[in-house]
Every structure is written in C-alpha cells, then in structure tokens.
Design a protein around this ligand. Structure first.
Ligand code: SF4
Ligand code: SF4
Length: 299
C-alpha cells in the first residue's frame, strides 16, 4: 500500500508535544482562501515553477514526453492539461526552476523514516504528527503506519480539518494520542464561501471525538475580515467549553508562502489582507479564557 506525501519534516516543535517528525500528506477536501500549503491540496504530485530561476534554456522541453512545454516570447510556457506529471522536466532543469511536489511512499518506507528519530521522541516525550493537506483522506494508509508506530509506543498526533466521513476517523481513532482539530468558521454559509465546504460535518465529528474522550487541541486560524468577528468567536467559545478540549490555539494569519500560488499556476483569492495585531489576538484570546478554556496564541 502506498500513500502520497509532500514532505517529512524533522525536529518539529509546534505540532504536538516534544520533538516530533511531521509528515505532510497530500490531498485536502477544503480549499481555504488563506491556505499556506496550496501544494498540499491536490492528491496527486504536481509541478511547482520558479519563473525567476528559469533561463528559458529549453532543456526541459526536449525531455517532456507530452509536449506540455514550449518557449513563447522568450518565456517557458506550460500546458498543465497535457502534463502527465512524469517529473522528467525537473530532472533535467539544472536551475531547479521546475520541481515536482509530492511523492508516493510505502507504509514501510514511511515508518522507517519516522523511526530514525526515535531517540529524540524518547528524550523529549515527542513523537510523530500526521498533517497535510488532510491525512485522513488516506485513512487506510495512515492506519497501517499508525499501527506500526503504536507497536513501538510512539506518541501519535493527527492534524485534521475534520471534513471526512466518520468511518475514516474510526479507522485511526484507537491509534491516535492527540488530535489537532481545525475550526475555521462557526457560520456554515461563510465556512462554505471561504473553504468550499460547510461546517456541519466538522462540528459533528468534533463532538464524536470529544464524546470518546480523545485528547483534542483546537486550532483556529485568525484571518482579519474573514473569521475574526467577535460574535462568531463567542459562539465558538460557547461550543468548545462544553466539549472535552485541552487547549485552543489561535493562529494569526501570516503571508509567508503565498507566492506558492503563482508557482503552482493557482489563483490566490485572498489579497491585501494584513496580519492581525498582537492587541487583536489578545482581545480574541480573552473570549476563550472567559469561558474557562486554556488558550495559546500561535502553534
Ligand atoms: S530546463 Fe529549467 S531553466 Fe531551462 S527552460 Fe526548462 S525550466 Fe527553464
Ligand atoms: S512533468 Fe513530464 S509531462 Fe509534465 S511538463 Fe514535466 S516533463 Fe512534461
């Protein structure tokens, strides 16, 4: 069995307790306007292109089996409809202007990579975090990796958007020590506008995890003008105070990574948004503290 991942990040300290290995899965059912990892949205590997590195030498064109590349007006032109993601162009680009994002990996290969840092997990009470994208899209693959991790007593965390059918949660719930659960908007209509899906399934799954007594950290990105309305956040606090939540993390919007949209030939819907001020973040965190929840600003 193989899964599709983008990256394996070592020595992570913001994705759960201790020192962790974070595995970024590819594929996500949401399409958030502020997504900092647009390369994780599609399940299949894809091409990223750095125009400023490209000298229009044409070497990639010679090796493209599908005729997806050409030079037009002195610039490299890419036809994504013809491209079959064979990655030949990236192999032959000495300037690293074309890079394939995403690779297929077997359960054993991924587990072996996770196990390389077992000594750090043991010393720091860390472990492995499965993030993305949405790791539960590949629930069968994830389950097999997690089973192996639990056999070795490695702490496991899943970072999820929550928008998958409950049967996918059932596949991994017994092997998961901690959920990092995203909550993006309490208003379902606005949730649909900004993420492409409504929020009922997300809230329903959250309640089910809470009823099972699972360890849950809530992660809320704060995007000015999108989901920082005081009344909406009060509704979130009211909901969460009655659930089994360890901590709420408020994650201020930042602009890093937004140039990836251009490199992936994708539209960036969120323009000209400023990062929220410290004062605003403190004001919002009070809403959650006021109902007795533990709050942290940042990951
Ligand atoms: S091989 Fe690299 S530098 Fe040359 S045209 Fe292709 S992408 Fe540009
Ligand atoms: S990934 Fe393959 S098919 Fe696509 S542009 Fe590159 S060489 Fe051509």
């Amino acid at each position: 069995m193989k899964g599709t991942i983008i990256n394996i990040q070592k020595y992570s300290i913001h994705d759960g307790p201790g020192i962790r290995t974070t595995v970024f899965f590819k594929g996500c059912p949401l399409n958030c306007w502020w997504c900092h990892n647009p390369e994780s949205q599609h399940l299949e590997p894809e091409v990223m292109y750095w125009e400023e590195k490209c000298t229009a030498c044409g070497n990639c064109i010679k090796h493209c089996p599908k005729g997806a590349l050409s030079i037009v007006d002195g610039k490299l032109k890419y036809n994504s409809e013809s491209c079959e993601l064979c990655s030949e162009c990236s192999k032959y680009c000495i300037n690293e202007a074309r890079v394939i994002k995403g690779k297929y990996i077997s359960v054993d290969e991924l587990f072996k990579e996770i196990m390389k840092d077992q000594v750090f997990y043991d010393e720091s009470n860390g472990g492995v975090t499965f993030s993305g994208g949405e790791p539960l899209i590949q629930a069968d693959f994830l389950r097999e990796v997690m089973k192996k991790c639990k056999r070795m007593d490695i702490h496991t965390t899943i970072d999820t958007c929550g928008y998958v059918s409950w049967d996918k949660f059932e596949k991994i719930v017994d092997y998961t020590d901690l959920f990092l659960y995203d909550l993006k908007h309490m208003n379902s209509d606005k949730h649909k506008i900004y993420t492409s899906v409504p929020n009922e399934l997300i809230l329903d799954n959250l309640k089910k995890l809470s009823d099972l007594g699972k360890n849950i950290y809530i992660r809320m990105p704060i995007i000015p003008g999108v989901n920082d309305d005081i009344e909406d956040l009060k509704k979130a606090a009211e909901l969460l105070k009655n659930l089994n939540i360890i901590q709420v993390n408020l994650l201020p919007y930042h602009k890093m990574g937004m140039d990836k949209y251009k490199r992936l030939n994708m539209d960036l819907k969120l323009q000209e948004i400023q990062e929220p001020s410290h004062a605003k973040m403190n004001e919002l965190s009070e809403i959650f503290k006021n109902v007795g929840l533990k709050v942290k600003i940042g990951g």
